[in-house]
Design a protein around this ligand. Structure first.
Ligand code: ALA
Length: 585
C-alpha cells in the first residue's frame, strides 16, 4: 500500500462513519504565538475541543501536515521525523472511549488487514489526576486483544497534551505494531519490550483541561482526538522497518544517492537527516505564511534544519549545491495534496539556495575553528556561541560535532544564556516594533496610524496580493512598516504605491471602528498579524470599502485628514522582509 492509498482509505472509512473531512491547516498556528508549529491534527481544533461549535458538526477527520522539533535529535533512526503527516479523527462531545477503540480496531484489522497477533496496546496506569484506565483495557479485551498485550503505563507514556501549554488533554491508549524478529513472545508488549513495538496510532480521551498552574479540571464535553503517523503505518504495512524506504521518502533518498554517489546502506544516518530536514524545510518555506530563514522563531528552526542538512551533505562528500534538487523531489511527492508547494515553488527554491550559499561561506572556516577548539578535548558554551555568532553554527551542529569527535561539552548553559541575551535584545526590538507607537498618542501618530492601514492595503493592490504586515512602529515624525516580500521594490513600484495611498486619501473615506470576534473579522477579510494573541471580541477598523484590519487604534475619522503621503525609504530588514519608512506632509 502506498501513502496516497492509506490516506484515501482512512478518510473514506471515517466518511462512512459520518465524519466530515477537513483540510490540512497551515504549519504555522493561527493566533497562537505560544508554539511555533502545528504539531498535531488537533492543534487547529482546540477551540472546538473546548466547546465552541464546529460548523461541520461533531465528527471530523483529516490528514494534517505537522512539524515536531522536539524529536529533532532522534532523526537519523528509522521512525522519527521533524515533518510528518498525521491522520486523525475527532469526536467533539459525540462518541467516546469504547466506540473510538472499536472504530480504531475495525480500521486496523478490517481495512488495513493487520493481523491481531501483531498488535499490542498501552493504556493509562492512573495517578493523582485520573484513574487507571480499566475501561480502555476492557474495550480492548472485548475485541480480543489478550491481557498480556495490554501495557499499563504512566503519564509520561499514556497522557496527551500540547507541550508546555494549557488546554484540552487526557489519558490515551496507543496502538503498536510488532517490529521485532519473528512473532511476538507471550511476555512481549510495549511496556516490557519497548524496542519490539512501533507506535502507529494514538486515541486520546480528551476530558480534562489543563489550566494555569498545571491543574486539571473536567472539560464540559468529552472528546476523542486521534493521531496516526502516515510514514510509520506505510512502512509496517509494507513489511519494511524503515520509513525512509517507503514512497514518502524513497525518491528523496534516491536523489541523494545520485548526487553524492554514495549508497544509502553506507551513509544511512546522514541521508536520513538530509531527507528529513530538507523535507521539513520545503514544507515550512512552502506554507502560505512565507516564513524565510532568520534568527528568530520559525525562521530560526528553518535555518537550523537547512544548515544541519548542508553539514551532513558535506559529510557524505557532496560539494555542489543540492538543497534545491532535494526540494524539487519533495514537491514531486507532495504537491498534488499540498498545492501550496507548487504555488510557492519559486520562493522555496530561492530561499533554500540563498541559505545554502550563505552557510557554505562560513561552514569550512567554522569546521576548522571547531577542530582548533576541540584540541583540548573540551568545548565550552561560550565557544559554541562564538561558532554560532561568527560562523552561523546552530548549537545542534556543534553538539553533534562534539559527539562525533568525542569532545566533551562543558557549561553548555553558557551558550543558552548568551543566546538568550541575544534573543532578548531582538525581542525588545520586536516588542517595540509591535507596539505601534501607542505609548505616544498625538495627532501626528494618529494620522500616521491610519496611513499605515492604507499602505498595507496599497502594497497588496500594487505589488503583490500575498504581502502581509510583519511589524510596524510609529513616531510623531514617520511611520515604519515591515512586510514579507523577497525583492527590492523598484522606483516605479514605490511611485505606484505612493500614488495609490494618495488616491485613497483623496477619496475622503470614513474610518469606522467595530467590535467582533476574530473569526467574524477574518470572515470580513480583516488583516491581522498572526503573531498577536486575541481573545474574545477585538476591535476592527474599516476604512471605506478599502481596508479592514484588526487593530487597537487610534485612527482619524476620515482619510481626508491625512494630507500627502510620501515614502522616504525602502530597505531589507531580514531575509524575505522589507521595510518602508514614510511621512505625511
Ligand atoms: N494528539 C494526539 C497525538 O498527537 C492524537 O498523538
Amino acid at each position: 500500500m502506498d501513502r496516497k492509498e492509506l490516506i484515501q482509505k482512512y478518510l473514506e472509512f471515517f466518511k462512512s462513519k459520518k465524519h466530515a473531512i477537513i483540510p490540512s491547516a497551515s504549519l504555522i498556528p493561527e493566533n497562537d504565538p505560544s508554539v511555533l508549529f502545528t504539531t498535531a491534527g488537533m492543534h487547529p481544533l482546540v477551540p472546538f475541543l473546548m466547546g465552541q461549535k464546529h460548523p461541520l458538526g461533531k465528527r471530523l477527520a483529516s490528514v494534517q501536515k505537522c512539524i515536531r522539533t522536539s524529536d529533532i535529535d532522534e532523526v537519523g533512526d528509522a521512525f522519527h521525523h521533524t515533518f510528518f503527516e498525521m491522520l486523525g479523527n475527532w469526536s467533539l462531545g459525540d462518541y467516546f472511549k469504547k466506540e473510538a477503540i472499536e472504530v480504531s480496531f475495525e480500521f486496523l484489522t478490517k481495512f488495513l488487514k493487520i493481523k491481531k497477533e501483531m498488535l499490542a496496546v498501552s493504556v493509562f496506569a492512573g495517578d493523582k489526576t485520573a484513574e487507571k484506565d480499566d475501561d480502555a483495557a476492557g474495550a480492548w479485551l472485548a475485541l480480543g486483544i489478550p491481557g498480556d498485550k495490554i501495557a499499563y503505563l504512566p503519564k509520561k507514556n499514556n497522557w496527551w497534551e500540547l507541550a508546555g501549554q494549557t488546554g484540552p488533554c487526557g489519558p490515551d491508549t496507543e496502538m503498536f505494531y510488532f517490529v521485532g524478529k519473528g512473532k511476538p513472545n507471550k511476555e512481549s508488549n510495549p511496556g516490557t519490550k519497548e524496542n519490539e513495538w512501533c507506535e502507529i496510532w494514538n486515541d486520546v480521551f480528551m476530558q480534562y483541561q489543563k489550566i494555569e498552574g498545571g491543574k486539571f479540571v473536567p472539560l464540559q464535553q468529552k472528546n476523542i482526538d486521534t493521531g496516526m503517523g502516515v510514514e510509520r503505518t506505510i512502512a509496517i504495512l509494507n513489511g519494511i522497518n524503515d520509513d525512509y524506504l517507503t514512497d514518502t521518502f524513497l525518491p528523496i533518498i534516491k536523489k541523494i544517492e545520485t548526487i553524492s554517489g554514495k549508497k544509502y546502506k553506507e551513509s544511512t544516518k546522514s541521508m536520513r537527516i538530509i531527507a528529513d530536514h530538507l523535507k521539513a524545510a520545503t514544507f515550512i518555506l512552502g506554507d502560505e505564511k512565507h516564513i524565510a530563514p532568520s534568527n528568530v522563531e520559525q525562521g530560526y528552526v528553518l535555518r537550523k534544519l537547512i544548515r544541519r542538512a548542508i553539514r551532513h551533505g558535506k559529510e557524505i562528500g557532496i560539494e555542489k549545491n543540492f538543497a534545491k534538487e532535494i526540494a524539487k523531489s519533495v514537491i514531486g511527492i507532495y504537491s498534488s495534496d499540498y498545492p501550496e508547494l507548487k504555488k510557492n515553488e519559486g520562493f522555496i527554491f530561492e530561499e533554500i539556495e540563498k541559505e545554502e550559499n550563505k552557510f557554505k561561506e562560513t561552514l569550512e572556516k567554522g569546521l576548522r575553528k571547531f577542530e582548533e577548539m576541540a584540541k583540548s578535548k573540551k568545548i565550552s558554551g561560550t565557544e559554541a556561541f562564538l561558532l554560532y555568532q561568527s560562523f552561523g553554527f546552530p548549537l545542534e551542529i556543534t553538539e553533534e560535532l562534539a559527539k562525533e569527535k568525542n569532545v566533551e561539552f562543558v557549561k553548555k548553559s553558557d551558550f543558552e544564556s548568551e543566546f538568550k541575551k541575544h534573543q532578548e535584545i531582538s525581542k525588545v526590538g520586536s516588542e517595540k516594533k509591535f507596539k505601534g507607537g501607542l505609548g505616544e498618542v498625538t495627532e501626528e501618530t494618529t494620522r500616521l496610524h491610519t496611513a499605515t492601514h492604507l499602505l498595507n492595503e496599497a502594497l497588496r493592490k500594487v505589488v503583490n496580493k500575498d504581502i502581509k504586515q510583519r511589524g510596524s512602529n510609529i513616531t510623531p515624525e514617520r511611520l515604519r512598516f515591515d512586510f514579507n516580500y523577497d525583492k527590492k521594490l523598484t522606483d516605479e513600484q514605490l511611485k505606484k504605491v505612493e500614488a495609490e495611498v494618495n488616491s485613497a486619501i483623496k477619496k475622503a473615506m470614513p474610518v469606522e471602528r467595530m467590535e467582533m470576534t476574530v473569526s467574524e473579522a477574518v470572515k470580513q477579510g480583516a488583516q491581522a498579524m498572526f503573531t498577536e494573541k486575541y481573545t474574545g471580541e477585538v476591535s476592527v477598523y474599516k476604512i471605506g470599502n478599502y481596508s479592514v484590519e484588526i487593530c487597537a487604534g487610534p485612527h482619524v475619522a476620515n482619510t481626508k485628514e491625512l494630507g500627502k503621503f510620501k515614502i522616504i525609504k525602502e530597505e531589507a530588514v531580514a531575509a524575505g522582509i522589507r521595510r518602508i519608512k514614510a511621512v505625511l506632509e
